[in-house]
Design a binder for this molecule. Structure first.
Ligand SMILES: [Zn+2]
Length: 494
């Protein structure tokens, strides 16, 4: 047994050596200049109207991705009978009508009170005031069947962003002890009520997780700009009426597109590398100066989608040692929703996925390089650098840590589960005018990009895919990375 293992290790080492020499030739066998350009011109065409989620045109794009993969012999995932994974969404228009009446004060929803989350309903109950609503404040309080009123945030902490997190904890405490609603007195001067009012209460799209969802008790903010509320509510436990209604929920679905190519090495084929890109964009919107209303999303993310599609074509023809999975996500622009759906409804066990090599773009301002967000964070760095060099491209890590790009695309859904992940992107050194001219603009048309660069860029991606899928050691987080521990947890049984 042992001897065989050593022999097969030596054998696969030799194979890797042979592949290394041939990788460029294999890549260039399927990836062509006109092939890259034609695919981008289709996916980012006006006819696909910006591939919004949901839209008939996005479904056409899904069909295109699926049928190309079928043509090349890319298989469906073994647990599926379609290349498409249905993703369920809901568009929630929050309650439009609501009042909170206590003594002779009446507060109106959208004006004096804002609903952060929770169900609609009509409640008549006594109000109990619990200072900041800390764990201590709740400890001995009797809140069963009552409306709990608390101060915003925590003592000595004026940050509104932190107050959001603290509020969720308070709501949990209140609900656990049987309260009917939680109201926080908004006294912040950091962001005025007038401003905050415009940011809370609009329609929002989220995943529809079916029975798993828990809306919970209503959680509101009440305008207390004059800071008189705590005195009023603390003085006496009064009876109040809270009425909230008029919520509408529209449910719809769209598709992630998934294909697989089985690995050739019996020792490695149980390890799956995910090559992914989101193929949705933001659809049709406000006309720009030229009257263009179609937000084509050539850079974001027609190009990323095509890099993955080219990888699927190449790997179907010349499979790698590890198993390859190609995923085209929907709903990224709505909040990374397609990838979140996938990791919550994985079509293979999550612990069998050893890396997510995601391809996504905002734009570019340097055609001599590729940028890899998370370059230094996994042990696959060398593969990425070698792939770029082969086509005369340098490889640089994230130059804009303040933009928090790693957490703004689909790879983070995998990273949070512990799966090593990086984002491949076009050469970008800053979010400068050259990038912003096209980023989420109607002018991001397929005729506005440099196809000589994109040809090299796509070959470098496919080359990197090949190197990662054939790496002798499986890629992993570098020690001390933010997601290293999550990885240890995910893969602990192996
Ligand atoms: Zn994107």
């Amino acid at each position: 047994m042992k001897a065989r293992l050593i022999l097969s290790t030596v054998f696969s080492f030799l194979l890797v050596g042979a592949f290394a020499q041939n990788t460029q030739a294999l890549v260039e066998e399927t990836v062509t200049h006109s092939g890259v350009q034609a695919k981008i011109e289709f996916l980012a065409s006006d006819e696909l109207r910006g591939r919004d989620t949901p839209s008939p045109e996005q479904n056409i794009a899904a069909k295109y991705l699926a049928t190309r993969m079928k043509e090349w012999g890319v298989k469906m995932a073994p647990s599926m009978d379609d290349y498409r994974q249905q993703v369920n969404f809901k568009n929630v228009t929050p309650p439009s009508d609501g009042t909170f009446v206590v003594k002779d004060s009446s507060y109106v929803l959208g004006e004096d009170i804002l609903l952060l989350d929770g169900t609609s309903g009509n409640f008549e109950a006594k109000v109990v005031f619990l200072d900041y609503g800390s764990e201590e404040d709740f400890a001995d309080a009797k809140v069963d069947g009552k409306i709990v009123v608390v101060r915003l945030g925590a003592k000595g902490e004026p940050n509104v962003r932190k107050a959001f997190g603290a509020g969720r904890e308070k709501k949990k405490r209140a609900a656990e002890k049987g309260a009917l609603a939680l109201i926080e007195l908004y006294t912040s001067t950091q962001i005025s009520w007038k401003i905050i009012k415009n940011y809370i209460g609009g329609p929002s799209i989220s995943l529809d997780m079916g029975e798993e969802e828990e809306e919970g008790i209503p959680h509101l903010w009440l305008d207390d700009s004059y800071n008189t509320g705590s005195k009023f509510f603390a003085e006496k436990s009064r009876k109040a009426q809270l009425n909230i209604g008029g919520e509408t929920i529209d449910r719809f679905s769209a598709y992630n597109v998934i294909g697989m190519v089985e690995g050739t090495n019996p020792e490695l084929k149980d390890e799956i590398v995910v090559y992914s890109a989101h193929y949705d964009h933001v659809g049709v919107g406000q006309p720009d100066a030229d009257g263009d209303t179609i937000y084509n999303g050539t850079r974001d993310n027609g190009i990323g989608s095509i890099t993955v599609l080219e990888a699927a074509h190449n790997i179907a023809k010349y499979p790698l040692e590890r198993t390859s999975m190609f995923i085209f996500f929907t709903g990224e622009e709505k909040g990374l929703l397609g990838s979140e759906w996938f990791v919550e409804h994985p079509v293979v066990p999550l612990e069998s996925i050893v890396m997510c090599f995601n391809s996504d773009n905002a734009g570019y301002n340097d055609t001599t390089i590729t940028t890899i967000i998370g370059l230094e964070r996994t042990t696959a760095t060398e593969a990425f650098v070698t792939a770029g060099e082969t086509y005369g491209l340098g490889t640089i890590p994230d130059q804009m840590p303040d933009q928090n790009l790693f957490d703004r695309s689909d790879q983070v859904s995998f990273a949070r589960k512990g799966i090593p992940a990086v984002m491949y992107t076009m050469g970008v050194t800053a979010f400068d005018d050259q990038v912003l001219e096209f980023y989420h603009q109607a002018g991001d048309n397929p005729d506005s990009v440099d196809y000589d660069y994109l040809f090299k860029f796509t070959k470098a991606y496919v080359h990197a895919c090949r190197l990662v899928g054939n790496m002798a050691e499986r890629p992993y987080w570098t020690e001390g990375d933010k997601y290293f521990e999550a990885g240890e947890e995910l893969y602990k049984t192996q």
